[in-house]
Design a protein around this ligand. Structure first.
Ligand SMILES: [Fe+2]
Length: 312
């Protein structure tokens, strides 16, 4: 009989998923087993390595002064700019010595319950493939550049590393209530698009911002978006946009603050109270918000992506 993970689960083996838990159906390729792990990392061509190098160079023109200092320190610690797509084994050794995390190759987006299970075991699943020249600026599915350049440096920060593990455990709890959508919003507004207050201004720590050239400037400097202090309950009720710049970013005081807000929140009560759909539009400012900047929403109001509107 299938049982879903309880708070006492140690996640040593992948728990079974009962039929009354609703997740997106994904077709597993034949060559991977239930853990969805590739047997080995891709053997990248010299063209692939050149694409990595060009993406790296492009990002380093815009990240200094705008990326969180923990992220920039992580890039240095793992020496991700030494040339070519990093070797996951060597990177995992270095990362393991710092925070106990490793990076493991997967073929594509993997099912939520498998993703959460890897995170709960301090394994970060990273896309095995790299984008082509034709898709240099925009990709549908996260590739090795987004996953490794965008996500892995933050895993060198001990507190953020603990947050990611807790997120994986929280995922199993959210599944028991069928509230993955709400937990997905928390991931979106922190791990992918999170901002952090530093002494000299607001910086980005989210991988979705840090792995592309446009959103890093928009998120930290533009007048259009709202910047609101993170409140976990509020964020889990907030809709988000996946194919355009965000109308709202949520700001944390510190990674300790993010960890505390997540670990100390009683998610059982929160999930019982959450509707299945989102309550707040992604551009909304609500009366309980602690607003850092109220955005003009000029970019959104002029039509956003595809309209020719400037990301101002
Ligand atoms: Fe990502």
């Amino acid at each position: 009989m299938a049982t879903l993970a309880t708070p006492e689960t140690d996640y040593a083996v992948l728990p079974d998923l009962p039929a009354d838990v609703f997740t997106a159906p994904l077709q597993k390729p034949d060559h991977v087993s239930d853990d969805w792990l590739e047997p080995a990392q891709t053997d990248y061509s010299s063209d692939d390595d050149a694409i990595w190098n060009d993406l790296f160079t492009r990002q380093m023109k815009v990240l200094p002064g705008r990326a969180a200092s923990a992220f920039l320190a992580g890039l240095e610690k793992l020496d991700l700019g030494k040339g070519g797509v990093p070797d996951f084994g060597k990177m995992s050794e270095e990362l393991g010595a710092l925070t106990g995390w490793s990076v493991v190759p997967v073929p594509m987006l993997i099912p939520d319950h498998v993703f959460f299970w890897h995170l709960a075991n301090r394994r970060f699943p990273a896309g095995n493939f790299i984008r082509t020249r034709e898709t240099f600026d925009y990709i549908q599915e996260p590739d090795v550049f987004h996953d490794v350049f965008g996500h892995v440096p933050m895993l060198t920060d001990p507190v953020f590393a603990d947050y990611m593990q807790e997120y994986g455990r929280a995922g199993w709890k959210a599944m028991r209530y069928n509230r993955l959508k709400a937990l997905g919003a928390l991931y979106w507004y922190t791990v992918e698009f999170g901002l952090l207050e530093e002494a000299d201004g607001i910086k980005a720590y989210g991988a979705g911002i840090l792995s592309g050239p446009t959103e890093i400037v928009f998120a930290t400097e533009a007048k259009s978006p709202n910047r609101i202090m993170l409140n976990v309950d509020r964020v889990m009720r907030t809709d988000y946009v996946i194919s355009d710049l965000q109308p709202t970013y949520f700001v944390i005081e510190s990674f300790e603050d993010l960890y505390r807000q997540t670990v100390e929140r009683d998610f059982d009560r929160l999930y019982n109270n959450l509707p299945a759909a989102f309550t707040y539009a992604n551009s909304a400012v609500i009366d309980v918000d602690y607003v850092v900047n109220r955005g003009t929403q000029e970019y959104l109001l002029r039509g956003g992506n595809g309209s020719g509107a400037l990301p101002v």
